[in-house]
Design a protein around this ligand. Structure first.
Ligand code: AHR
Length: 307
């Protein structure tokens, strides 16, 4: 790394330790905590020196962190962009400084794809579709209207945009499915609870909750129980992530279906970083492999769940 003492005459990145600057979204969810741990643990294992910063879900903090990594002349910058748009300027700055950038977990909407080397993460549209497919199957024998409320992730984030779009596409094939309310809960438990309370007050007849992550779903469960209803029965719940607390609620019958989103991106990120720094070709897109869980499957998976 450029900050550690170097031996020999090279200076700069004269030693061969790679320094990575990583700008994390925040600590908004159980998923994020598991993702941070994965990145930190695998940097250690890979012998990569990690400079880590938490942006507290604010784009301006991520831009500051990236600029500081450019100034420190790190070997590679990795980040998980909180929202999709508004990155071109700072990514140009990294490119001009000849520091390769890797996107992890979330995408940017920049037209110029030469601004980053690769994007490692889930297919969020696919996740939204899987949520919708479960619902279509669950109600296949019913002709009644199905009233759905949606707790969206952080406004403008790739997972919120894509999970909404994928879900809407699938349920759109049958007009009995009606999204009667849809609002952001910022991917947090507290916001999930607060927004669900408001949904329950203004909509007496909610059949289904689709929450873009487990944490918002778990907050909403508190709101539903507080309103004297039974989560998983009176209101069916679909979430995304499959972190331990979500899987426990699924096994307990309070959630009905979870679409997995893997936070364990660290090992693949470190591999990609080494290749990119060595000037090797890497695929432009690396998609994480994921599954889905029913209540029965959650009971089986829980004992060995890592996060
Ligand atoms: O970008 C991934 C999403 O961010 C996770 O699904 C959510 O829990 C997290 O906050």
């Amino acid at each position: 790394g450029n900050d550690s003492a170097t031996t020999g005459s090279g200076g700069g990145s004269g030693d061969n330790t790679i320094t990575m600057g990583f700008s994390q979204v925040g600590a908004e969810s159980g998923w994020r905590t598991a993702n941070t741990k994965s990145v930190q643990d695998s940097a250690k294992t890979a012998g990569i020196e990690l400079k880590f910063s938490d942006a507290q879900q604010k784009q301006e903090n991520q831009i500051k962190a990236i600029r500081s990594y450019i100034q420190q002349k790190v070997d590679v910058i990795a980040f998980s962009p909180v929202v999709e748009s508004g990155w071109d300027t700072v990514l140009k700055e990294a490119q001009n400084a000849k520091i390769p950038v890797i996107l992890t977990d979330r995408a940017v909407d920049s037209k110029d794809t030469s601004l980053y080397k690769t994007f490692l993460g889930s297919d969020f549209v696919e996740e939204g579709k899987k949520a919708g497919q479960w619902l279509v199957e669950e109600y296949k024998d019913s002709t009644d209207t199905v009233n759905i409320v949606e707790l969206q992730g952080t406004t403008g984030s790739a997972p919120a945009n894509d999970r909404k779009a994928g879900f809407a596409e699938v349920i759109g094939s049958d007009p009995k499915f009606k999204i009667i309310a849809s609002q952001t809960g910022d991917f947090t438990r507290a916001k999930g609870k607060e927004v669900m309370e408001a949904f329950l007050k203004s909509n007496p007849d909610i059949d289904v909750l689709y929450a873009h992550n487990d944490d918002m779903g778990l907050g909403a469960i508190e709101a539903i129980e507080g309103a004297g209803k039974v989560p998983g029965k009176d209101i069916k719940i679909i979430t995304v992530d499959a972190v331990k607390d979500g899987m426990q609620a699924l096994a307990d019958g309070k959630i009905n279906f979870i679409v997995e989103c893997s936070p364990l991106l660290g090992p693949q990120l470190m591999d990609l970083a080494k290749k990119v720094v060595a000037g090797e070709q890497v695929p432009a897109r690396v998609v994480t492999e994921e599954t889905t869980f029913t209540q029965e499957q959650a009971k089986e998976a829980l004992p060995t769940r890592q996060y």
